[in-house]
Write a protein that binds this ligand. Sequence first.
Ligand SMILES: NC(=O)c1ccc[n+]([C@@H]2O[C@H](COP(=O)([O-])OP(=O)(O)OC[C@H]3O[C@@H](n4cnc5c(N)ncnc54)[C@H](OP(=O)(O)O)[C@@H]3O)[C@@H](O)[C@H]2O)c1
Length: 255
Amino acid sequence: MTAERVNLNSGGAMPLLGFGTWQLRGDAAYRAVLAALEAGYRHIDTATMYGNEDEVGRALRDSGVPRDDVFVTTKLPPERAGREDETLAASLRALGLDAVDLWLIHWPPRGSVAVWERFVAARQDGRARAIGVSNYDLGEIDELTAATGVTPAVNQIRFGPALYDPKLVAGHRERGVVVEGYSPFKTTNLRDRTLVRIAEAHDADPARVVLRWHVQRGIVVIPKSARPERIARNLDLSFALTEAELTEIDALAGR
Ligand SMILES: NC(=O)c1ccc[n+]([C@@H]2O[C@H](COP(=O)([O-])OP(=O)(O)OC[C@H]3O[C@@H](n4cnc5c(N)ncnc54)[C@H](OP(=O)(O)O)[C@@H]3O)[C@@H](O)[C@H]2O)c1
């Protein structure tokens, strides 16, 4: 289990490891999120678009884990631009929360700045403890900062060793934006010989090596699984990769 956190530019911190919930619907979503909370995850990633906020909310309540021990993220679909407040209200109702820990713009909408202004207002009125974006490039982030003076706390982007770009990571760091990676397994060949060898050296498996690499690189990672045994195993990151191993994994991007 990893309890490591990363600080956000607006205050507070988020756990580097979270549980992804895309493509989990209905009872499967409820069971997977409950299993994740019981296994020890304290960070759940959902979205209006995933259609599972009700089930996430029910699992949060049934788990008995205190509200403030769990970091909850949801996302506004770009087609809800102009209806931000009602969409956030619906998310909060479904999740059974007074505030989300992080509210993201799921993709850049047309009129991104106007949407961002509504996000800034939601942070000010306390319904979103932190605000950020997803699938933005650095230029799009700079546009929001220039227009409002508020820089997104997080950018959630497709990420994994094969997509590792130190310049992109540094560009986010310079701006004070946390990189949150999604689809860590879908973007990785889990049979890659380097990952298999490093996994064997730590009595781990390639999936956990990928997750551990994110954590040691300071990148938030949110693996999804519907299977209780994988949900629990993906959380077991109690080993440390060496600098040489981290560098070898960096090199899988072939840059
Ligand atoms: N912001 C965005 O636009 C965006 C886009 C995509 C995803 N996301 C977020 O990121 C989360 C993670 O991304 P993702 O769901 O696309 O993909 P992922 O977490 O990279 O991969 C999930 C797949 O990997 C399998 N898996 C899980 N643990 C495994 C293990 N230990 N070994 C081998 N296979 C394993 C799962 O199968 P089983 O379920 O059968 O275990 C599932 O098929 C999403 O759930 C969502 O919360 C955000």
